[in-house]
Design a protein around this ligand. Structure first.
Ligand code: GAF
Length: 390
């Protein structure tokens, strides 16, 4: 048992006095392909070695008792009365419960404790990890018979319909389907996916954390999605075959959106370019061309900052400060934006130097402390050392 699941196990016993079963669901990184998932494009995420852990045991009644180990808070509700908690954090669990009930799953009450080491609001998908862990755990203990993909979709709907963030499917998919040593090239339209070996020998993935905590539902995330949809509606007037920005070329964009619609144009341009970049980056990966892959990461950041406008000064500083470091081939903001982390490829013998150099420059420019997470690519959602173990 890891440190986290061991602590959680003890906490559960203390609170509920019964033996739980345990599950874990990881956070994720995304190498390239940002804000493309809800435009039915491609993404390149991977599960990481930071996870949310759940200890859970079924009850005989309809009561649900939740304990958050990290926040040291509790929340209780009845399955007869499933509604928003008003606290935010329990909503990720309640939203999944609601989705499983809507699917007719035979769930009843349960006691649950959760915690872990996916930093909240840092862009590593702590929310998707909790949703996927909950869906996976309920599916197991109540024998709901859901497939992994059905659980991913239920988790995404929980976030869209209950929490209120109109996110795409990337985070939940990566958390559930992650595979040790591999990135996932996911087609967010067909949901076909390929595992690509992540073979960047001699390099590590470093996440540099601005310390700025975002809350996607409080930000412009939903607005960006609407702007993309507005762009598609304009393009469809001339090209009715277009279903999403995935189908759009620069020629179509130039024909249909400018002038007068500068903001919509910029948003769409970023997405069209990012889809093309992702395909080229996959070829780089296959050819093990880290320099070229890294340059595309910088281009993605440029697009996210200037066209999509989801960066912030702190993220820009972290990316800019790596520009002159030849041991960092690529860096960019990661995830929804407005805070959180940058993702960096760094030569493994220079990891400490990167953290020290950029951390000091960040402090000098912002007055804030930067932290670093050096992550490895791991497996997706699973049981942890329990009777149902695979
Ligand atoms: C967040 C969302 F949850 C994802 O679906 C994705 O859109 C990402 O932002 C941006 O690529 O993590």
């Amino acid at each position: 048992m890891s440190k986290y699941s061991g602590q959680l196990h003890r906490l559960f016993l203390k609170h509920f006095g019964t033996e739980p079963v345990m599950f874990r669901s990881p956070g994720r990184v995304n190498l390239i392909g940002e804000h493309t998932d809800y435009n039915q494009g491609f993404v390149l995420p991977a599960a990481i070695d930071k996870a949310t852990y759940i200890a859970i045991a079924p009850r005989m009644d309809d009561q649900v008792n939740i304990v958050s180990a990290d926040l040291e808070q509790q929340y209780h509700f009845s399955l007869q009365d499933v509604g928003k908690s008003g606290l935010h954090w329990p909503d990720y669990i309640i939203g999944v419960v609601q989705q499983l009930l809507a699917l007719g799953s035979p769930i009843h009450g349960f006691d649950i404790a959760f915690g872990g080491n996916v930093p909240i609001g840092a862009g590593m998908s702590s929310s998707a990890a909790l949703e996927c862990a909950t869906a996976f755990a309920l599916n197991r203990i109540f024998d709901c018979g859901l497939s992994s993909l059905e659980m991913v979709k239920a988790a995404q709907r929980a976030e869209n319909q209950f929490v209120g963030v109109n996110c795409g499917i990337m985070d939940q998919f990566a958390s559930m389907f992650g595979k040790d040593g591999h990135v996932i090239r996911l087609d967010c339209r067909s949901l076909d996916y390929t595992y690509i070996p992540f073979r960047m020998e001699g390099y590590r993935v470093a996440l540099l954390d601005t310390g700025i905590r975002h809350n996607l539902s409080d930000t412009e995330y939903n607005t960006r999605r609407m702007q993309c949809e507005s762009g598609v509606a304009l393009i469809q007037m001339r090209y009715p075959e277009v279903q999403s920005l995935r189908d759009v070329t620069m020629q179509m964009l130039n024909d249909c959106i400018r002038p007068g619609n500068e903001i919509i144009y910029k948003r769409c341009k970023y997405v069209v370019e990012e889809n093309i970049r992702l395909m080229q980056a996959c070829s780089d990966l296959e050819e093990n061309d880290i320099r070229s892959f890294g340059e595309r990461m910088y281009s993605t950041h440029e697009g996210l900052a200037k066209l999509y406008e989801v960066s912030c000064p702190e993220l820009d500083i972290l990316v800019e400060e790596t520009r002159l470091l030849d041991y960092v081939p690529g860096s960019r903001m990661m995830g929804g934006g407005f805070g959180g982390c940058t993702i960096n490829l760094v030569r493994e013998d220079h990891v400490d130097e990167l953290v020290k150099t950029v951390g000091e420059r960040y402090k000098k420019q912002t007055g804030k402390n930067m932290s670093a997470h050096i992550v490895t690519i791991g497996n997706g959602t699973s049981a942890v050392n329990n009777p149902f173990s695979d």
